[in-house]
Design a protein around this ligand. Structure first.
Ligand SMILES: [Zn+2]
Length: 432
């Protein structure tokens, strides 16, 4: 399999440890010297750059939040002066005020390098024609894919979003092989093609670089089987470099280059490091950043890391699918429970329909969780014995998956409340 930078990508775990520690120390020195905000945070915590002697010492450093990036930029946050910044982007915050992000020349190079490795690992190269259907502009998606695709020698079609008829025309006229887009736009393109009588499976388009919004393996299966487009999961954010990581050809998690970033998983409640293989909040440290520091930056996303060597031969860790946001987390008898975990577990049972509801109550001092599950019409039966057996099976699967017991109630299709927009699946009655 092709490799963009074999020296780094195929480096042994031990050598990567050494390289990563060197880069971490340099980063902390740089931030302490040049970012007034981060120096203040370190001083408050009583930690000095010299305290970072091993990779585990990372946990001594203070966290950063999205609020830090929004409130203190650029004067107190940035490590580089205006003269060294060569590009600005901005992300639209949900609170209204955009977060400005800046990049030095080297930041742009590191970003392209990271994504060039990723695209090569996904099997792309100079023979490809990449149509970038992400937004170009203050949002980083468009230019991110653009630079990396050019770097690996692929041809770029900077289509940006919208005008789907024209997107399809160009796929046909130019022989486009790759489309970078959000997964939902990829599906939309496929649906428009079907309406126009175009069978994408017979087109030159073979790969979708998909990200920028939460999506599931179910959506991937649909994109792959219905449109014949291999869906490669991508990750990044404008305050990191975004997009900058993707899955390799094995499609089993997103490779995170250890010389570029450290992805930690923490318990969002205590801030402590999660056990290996445990789901928790993603915390990111960007090792080579020059313009502004991203050190122990709390993303608010819930995921899990796989540290095992990948079948492709790379020993860099892989991030699994993001399964939710910290804000959605419930604490049941001291155990963190995510509605997405419940959903995932329920869908391993073929009898279960699309709707469910979690009701949390407090009986005496104990939390009590009830999961109401809609069955598919053909699965619901009057046979109490059969229904009880199914309920017991789902109850025990939930207990194994969540590490905390829940009562399960099976209900017929259509009996749970439907909500406009995002499903409100949790009813927490403990505060009432
Ligand atoms: Zn791999």
């Amino acid at each position: 399999m092709a490799c963009w930078n074999p020296n780094i990508e195929m480096m042994s775990k031990e050598d990567l440890d050494i390289l990563q520690l060197k880069l971490l120390k340099e980063l902390v020195d740089r931030a302490y010297d040049r970012s007034p905000l981060y120096r203040e945070r370190m001083d408050e915590k009583g930690v000095k750059p010299d305290d970072i002697m091993t990779l585990d010492d990372l946990s001594k450093l203070p966290f950063m939040s999205k609020k830090d990036l929004r409130d203190y930029q650029p004067e107190r946050l940035f490590m580089a002066g205006k003269r060294d910044i060569i590009r600005y982007h901005a992300s639209s915050g949900t609170t209204g005020k955009p977060t400005i992000v800046g990049y030095t020349k080297k930041d742009i190079e590191t970003w392209s390098e990271s994504l060039a490795r990723a695209l090569t690992s996904a099997g792309l190269g100079a023979d490809d024609i990449v149509q970038v259907a992400n937004t170009y502009g203050l949002f980083t998606g468009g230019l991110g894919f653009h630079y990396a695709a050019e770097k690996i020698g692929a041809a770029v079609v900077p289509a940006s979003t919208g005008n789907t008829d024209r997107q399809l025309q160009m796929i046909n006229d130019l022989g486009v092989t790759v489309m970078a887009a959000t997964p939902s736009y990829m599906i939309y393109v496929g649906e428009v093609a079907e309406k126009m009588g175009i069978d994408l499976r017979k087109s030159t388009l073979k790969t979708g670089l998909l990200g920028g919004e939460p999506w599931s393996d179910k959506m991937r299966e649909r994109i792959q089987s219905q449109f014949g487009v291999r869906g490669i999961n991508c990750f990044g954010a404008s305050e990191l470099y975004g997009p900058s990581w993707t899955e390799c050809d094995e499609q089993c998690g997103i490779h995170i280059w250890r010389d570029i970033a450290i992805f930690e998983i923490i318990d969002p409640k205590t801030g402590d490091k999660a056990s290996p293989g445990e789901r928790g909040e993603l915390v990111i440290t960007m090792l080579q950043k020059e313009a502004f520091p991203i050190i122990r930056y709390r993303m608010g996303d819930i995921t899990v890391m796989d540290e095992e060597k990948c079948a492709c031969g790379r020993s860099h860790p892989r991030m699994m699918r993001i399964s939710g946001r910290v804000d959605d987390m419930l604490i049941i008898r001291g155990i963190n429970v995510f509605p997405s975990q419940v959903e995932h577990c329920l869908h391993t049972n073929p009898e279960v329909g699309n709707e469910f509801q979690i009701v949390v109550d407090r009986k005496g001092a104990l939390d009590d969780m009830l999961v109401k599950v809609e069955l598919k019409p053909e699965a619901f039966t009057d046979n109490i014995l059969e229904l009880n057996a199914l309920r017991e099976r789902i109850t025990s699967r939930l207990k194994n998956s969540l590490n905390v017991g829940a009562k399960v109630e099976l209900v017929p299709t259509g009996s749970l409340p439907r909500f406009e927009g995002k499903a409100r699946r949790v009813m927490d009655r403990r505060d009432i």
